[in-house]
Design a protein around this ligand. Structure first.
Ligand code: FAD
Length: 655
């Protein structure tokens, strides 16, 4: 086996897969090491990708040339655009996937990556070189970005050790170990070591990360029971069909359908723009889900057994996601509620497993059985797997930069649930960022790829991680993005594909199709400014809420503007948000000034007079890159930043 790599990725979850995809496609000799390679890309919990804000992130990953959107489109068995009753800015694409086919698809896509070796094994240690840089011999010597930031360590990653003691060398490593570090699963009073049901926990790596000076925390997440579809009476639930016209996640699929061939499109439009729009068809057959609910009687059973729930008995000490509570949490926190929703979701086409979305639990199996037996329609349901909670080690993310590189060790990157997040999409987004940055680091000695908060949800995610201390697993919401009107799922390609091309992840085919689309959108906007309709320009008409592209498509066609209805819809959406966006642009400009004010790496916060003690300790803890980043650290006020700015100016003058 080859033992020398440019980049080693530890873990084959959603973060690891995306990191491997990016690093290997960017030409790095990459190894992905995972406890069980047949579980690469596994969906530990819900067999679904996307949703509110998460769907936007998948579109962004795709626009940059990532993997998740393609794998989802190829294995989706129900597509729904969530939040359609609201404006397109907050629509969230979501797809229920066949979870077995999804993992197989990720594995297939990775198997086609050049330069990628997949290795089965447990990484038990990370090897670093901590001799001072000027004492090191010739050969690869990265400019230590931790040095640049004035930290007292010069440690640089040089390799990893596998469980059997064998060593592999690398120039950068990405840790994406998810819920597996010192993982403990709980079902009632029973505790088992393991990161996911049927899988081992990783014991060695936590100690190694601590030895490297990283401060670890412990978080918790949980999953509901799975039932046998053949034993459920669905007549007592409400049918939840998917969308009639599924919207793909990958722009590659969208471009293929919404071709910019104006000749063909004009024929469509002349018939009826809305109906004639050609739609993408998912490759797999589509299925229904069902919606049911809990009852008062069930809540009573749960209340009577709270003392046996690990979260309430004190058996679990760590914090779980508040926004994704277990059924026992819901019953306690929303005591007045008569019923809680349960979505019954098939986990695949060739399996009878049904995921009970809404009743995640770590209650003992006998209580889970009592609960399920009383849910209308589930009286005779056979339980294929009990719900459980898992506790695991994570690294507090103030110890990484926005490039995902640790501040303590050069060339060591962290991505995914290990940084205190939750969710496949959050993990994949970080994996992609870490993959790209590890490549930059290997190529130039310095990682520098970041996305701004006004560019992408991915930028919001990473910025939040490095400026805020998570008190629970971090999940993305639209409300976290102050520029959400800009960060829509329809325009992720316009925001990010050029960046993906510069990085090298966007191939020629995607680039050509993107440019075709972009030109069609720009040409349409130009034409709309010229075409006069009903005493105004068509552009002005489309700004009005009572006009839509569909409504004026025939007139536009008569006026010489023939584009695919989907392009028309994108143009209309862009125009409708233009007013808000202009206002946001001003705010971005103001914030941009603060982002450009970089805090010197050796800046001495201890000498800043007038700084509150809390602010001083937060600044020392987070070591922000700029005044803008400092302002976003939780607990730092605009007044603190003013004091800091004055002190920086003064020290510049003195210097
Ligand atoms: P993971 O998908 O966990 O992958 C980690 C990978 O690292 C695995 O391939 C593992 O084999 C490998 N690995 C670990 N340690 C080592 C090592 N030392 N050496 C080699 N390989 C190693 N998310 C939600 O959003 N909502 C939920 O309700 C939810 N519930 C969950 C319930 C459970 C029981 C579990 C296990 C997870 C749940 N999740 C939930 C989390 C979701 O699964 C993760 O957010 C997502 O999978 C994280 O991706 P990741 O790539 O960071 O890690």
């Amino acid at each position: 086996m080859d033992r020398d790599f440019d980049i080693i990725i530890i873990g084959g979850g959603h973060a690891g897969a995306e990191a491997a995809w990016a690093a290997s496609r960017l030409g790095m000799k990459t190894a992905l090491i995972s406890l069980d390679p047949t579980r690469i890309g596994a969906m530990s919990c819900n067999p679904a990708i996307g949703g509110l804000a998460k769907g936007q992130m998948v579109r962004e990953i795709d626009a940059l040339g990532g993997l998740m959107g393609i794998a989802t489109d190829n294995t989706g068995i129900q597509f729904r655009m969530l939040n359609r009753s609201k404006g397109p800015a907050v629509w969230g694409p979501r797809a229920q996937c066949d979870k077995y086919k999804y993992a197989a698809q990720v594995q297939r896509l990775l198997s086609e990556c050049p330069n990628l070796t997949i290795i089965a094994g447990e990484v038990s240690d990370i090897i670093v070189d901590d001799t001072p840089l000027h004492h090191r011999g010739t050969g690869f010597q990265p400019v230590s970005s931790s040095e640049e930031h004035g930290l007292k360590t010069h440690a640089t990653v040089t390799g990893i050790v596998l469980g059997d003691g064998s060593r592999l060398t690398c120039r950068a490593a990405i840790v994406t170990t998810g819920t597996f570090l010192r993982a403990l699963m709980h079902t009632g009073e029973s505790k088992t070591e393991g990161g996911r049901v049927g899988e081992e926990s990783a014991r060695g790596l936590s100690g190694c990360l601590e030895k490297l000076g990283l401060e670890l925390g412990r978080l918790k997440t949980g999953t509901p029971p799975r039932l046998n579809r053949q034993t459920i009476d669905f007549s007592q639930s409400t049918l939840q069909p998917g969308d009639d016209t599924p919207v793909p996640f990958s722009y590659l699929n969208e471009y293929k359908v919404a071709s910019c061939d104006t000749r063909v499109a004009s024929e469509d439009i002349s018939r009826n723009s809305h109906l004639a729009s050609r739609h993408w068809r998912p490759p797999l057959p589509q299925i229904n889900c069902w919606l049911g609910g809990t009852t008062h009687e069930i809540h009573e059973i749960i209340r009577a057994n709270l003392h046996r729930a690990p979260m309430y008995s004190g058996q679990i000490q760590s914090t779980g996601p508040r926004y994704c509570p277990s059924i026992e949490d819901k019953v306690v926190r929303f005591a007045d509620k008569e019923s809680h929703q349960i979505f019954l979701e098939p986990e695949g086409l060739d399996t009878d497993e049904i995921y009970c979305n809404g009743i995640s639990t770590s209650l003992p199996a006998d209580v889970q059985a009592e609960v399920i037996r009383r849910i209308p329609g589930l009286e005779k349901a056979e339980v294929l797997r009990w719900g459980y909670a898992v506790e695991y080690d994570m690294v507090w993310p103030h110890q990484i930069r926005a490039t995902m590189e640790t501040k303590k060790v050069s060339g060591l990157f962290l991505a995914g649930q290990i940084n205190g997040t939750s969710g496949y999409e959050e993990a994949a987004a970080q994996g992609m960022m870490a993959g790209i940055n590890a490549v930059q680091y290997v190529n130039t000695g310095e990682a520098g790829f970041t996305l701004r908060r006004d560019q992408a949800y991915i930028g919001v995610l990473v910025d939040d991680l490095v400026t805020k201390h998570p008190i629970e697993p971090y999940r993305m919401f639209t409300s976290r993005a102050e520029h959400r009107l800009l960060l829509r799922n329809d325009n992720a390609d316009l925001r990010l594909t050029e960046i993906g091309r510069e990085i090298g992840l966007v191939d020629d085919d995607r680039w050509a199709r993107f440019n075709q689309t972009k030109q069609a959108i720009e040409a349409s906007v130009e034409a709309l400014l010229k075409i006069k309709l009903h005493g105004s320009t068509a552009y002005e008409l489309l700004r009005r809420p009572d006009y839509s592209w569909d409504k004026i498509a025939a007139e536009l066609s008569a006026g010489g503007l023939n584009v695919d209805p989907h392009i028309g819809w994108r143009v209309e959406t862009q125009i409708k948000y233009q007013g808000y966006i202009a206002r946001q642009d001003k705010a971005i400009e103001r914030m941009g000034e603060l982002e450009e004010k970089l805090i010197p790496v050796d800046f001495d916060y201890l000498r800043v007079s007038g700084l509150r003690n809390e602010a001083r300790s937060k600044l020392l803890q987070f070591t922000p890159r700029s005044l803008g980043q400092a302002l976003r650290i939780s607990g730092i006020t605009p007044a603190d930043v003013t004091v800091l700015a004055v002190a920086m100016k003064r020290s510049q003058r003195v210097g």
